[in-house]
Write a protein that binds this ligand. Sequence first.
Ligand code: ADE
Length: 265
Amino acid sequence: MDSSNSTPEVSEITSVSKSDNRPISTIVIIVAMQAEALPLVNKFQLKEDDNSLFPNGVPWVRYHGIYKGLSVNIVWPGKDAVLGVDSVGTVSASLVTYASIQALKPDLIINAGTAGGFKAKGAGIGDIYLPSVVAFHDRRIPIPVFDLYGVGSRKAFSTPNLLNALDLKVGRLSTGDSLDMTATDETSIFSNDATVKDMEGAAIAYVAELLKVPAIFVKAVTDIVDGNKPTPEEFLQNLATVTAALDKAVTEIVDFISGKSILAL
Ligand code: ADE
């Protein structure tokens, strides 16, 4: 874990009861893109929910099943009803996180997805990060205290045993609603001390904290933000191979979780 975890303005996503030794029974994996979700759905042999938990007419999709004694749910916000593309970004991610927690009362939220990485902070294509802290970089409110609210820095649930057991990198995650990075975003990402950048993590952290559910983040690097290739090109070029690495990491994490209590992670 990085030492900056003790920064006072970083809030804990949740406080878990110190006596909670029950094995984890239900997990929800929030994934923004179908390309990220489907290999995992196959791996865990999940079925699409036809009797939806969610309101009529929303495109949100839940896949579910039992894997190694765990009730595993993968929730994907689906395709935009008009444009037919994946509903990426903070708004859809917040909505499905809220709806999934309300309906399924999970013991743990896992947000799995791709991210841009900063080579100046050691990131390379295909690296898998388990971020320690998540924050926003596009909510600038230069008024005292509102500035901190905008940044919305939160700690991921601490999983020292999981980190010891698996080959995952640690760093901070910065979230915004754009794939590209303006100079102003860059300044905020730098001040968030981020190694990886995504479009959902900090929003999911906000909802998980509100509803007191522990949340962790698994981010696979598809593109190097401070490299010389255009981000959309590099992202699309690497999406399939990096998604395979992401799915392998998520499977290892779920295997590790199986049979353990939340405090043993
Ligand atoms: N997901 C994958 N690459 C990304 C990037 N560069 N920014 C935000 N989200 C991403």
